[in-house]
Design a protein around this ligand. Sequence first.
Ligand code: HEM
Length: 442
Amino acid sequence: MSSIPKNINAFTFFKEIFRSNFMFELIEERGEVFNLNLKPIGYFHFFANPSFVKHVMFDNKENYIKPPMFTKPFWDLVQEFGLPHTNDYKIWREDRTALKNYFDQASVKNFTAIFANNTQKWLAGLEEYMIQKKAINIGDFVSQLDIINFIDTLFGGARVDSSQIRKATDDFIDALTPDFETTLQFAGIPTLKGFRIKKIKTKIYTLADELIKQCLDSNNQNLIKILAEAYRHLNIDPKLIHKRLQGETIIFIIAGYPTTTTLSIWLLMYLSLYPKMADMISEEVIAICGNQSPTADHIEKLVFTRAAIQETLRMQPSVPFTSLQAIGDDAIGLHKIKKGDIIYIPIYHMQRLPQYWLNPAGFDPTRFLSPLSEQYKYIYMPFIAGPRACLGQHFAILETTVFIAMIAQRYRFSLTSISSLEIVKSIVNRLNKNVTMTVSLR
Ligand code: HEM
């Protein structure tokens, strides 16, 4: 039975939004397209329909920008720094142009050996747990590897404490997740959350400054040096350069590591629950790579392994929703959109709607073995689509493929207890921090 409150305003919405069935119930009750007036934040259009999503992300994309709404506390704190997750398209375009080549599919392939080398060391570190049959806190372990991969490929191998990065990022994400206090902040009422965010901000900026310093001093190629060089060519005011580097460093920490860690953990979790799928990955990897570390050529041939990653991203997209804001009036058929309205796209829910997906709650990589039809482009979007799509998507898929392939060559991960599988819904779709697994030889 639906438990949707009769009058939904921003307060009730943010109280309910991370209750997993709330959005499903809303869609069931009101359809794939509906509106809500979420005062004091704004007028919202909910689109869980491919034609509507296509319209705002592709056909009339010039009319839609990133809204400050969900990220209001974040926005207030970082907007002055020209953070590229902004609706200031001049800044965003300059930064994205500078970094585009670094993240295209061909360049990212050059990271394969770094990922494989780090994964090898990481697996060696797990041997002791295997011998002693000790449980592993999987979130802690996987995040250590992701942070090292991330620092080695993007930040020139800087020496920073990965546990500090993890803690600061987790706190930051918790603080950014919209909730009841966020709504109060919109209404101009000071909250404890406001104070917490200020403290967290100091931590994350200190870490970013350390990374920037080391990157600028490093002989290795890295994101910061590329950006600094681009800013010089663009004659950006030197006083602004450091602020923009800080903004980019923070967006890469937040967008890059927790999302990939989330994907890897969910993947291990599904392979533990669906051992036949784990065996199929193992067979494929051994047939293609033997006992060697995967190379870029191998990776392309790991079709089933990639399908398992895509299916994990369908069931548990690391970013569960996205939003846009109209900068001018618009209409999709009879559906009118006014300047300033917010478009909310429930990625997680769209990817599980029974009208589009057979057996939506079942983990079935085979659905990705042949190309999806056109409409699925607009309902399967773990990296979103259009101009603001994830810059690191090839990076994330490659890193995760190397990770899972090297595990599948020798090891099996098993959940110690299914009861610990509580999902922490936030702006990143995380599993609870206490999930533990054991590792054994296949
Ligand atoms: C499984 C892993 C990942 C997933 C599912 C993911 C998903 C996403 C999504 C959905 C967005 C758009 C968010 C929004 O605007 O609402 C985004 C943006 C972004 N992601 Fe990722 N991401 C992943 C990994 C990465 C990695 C590894 C990097 C960097 C190495 C990265 C860098 C970025 C950046 C820079 C943006 C902002 C794009 C822009 O507005 O220009 N992401 N990501």
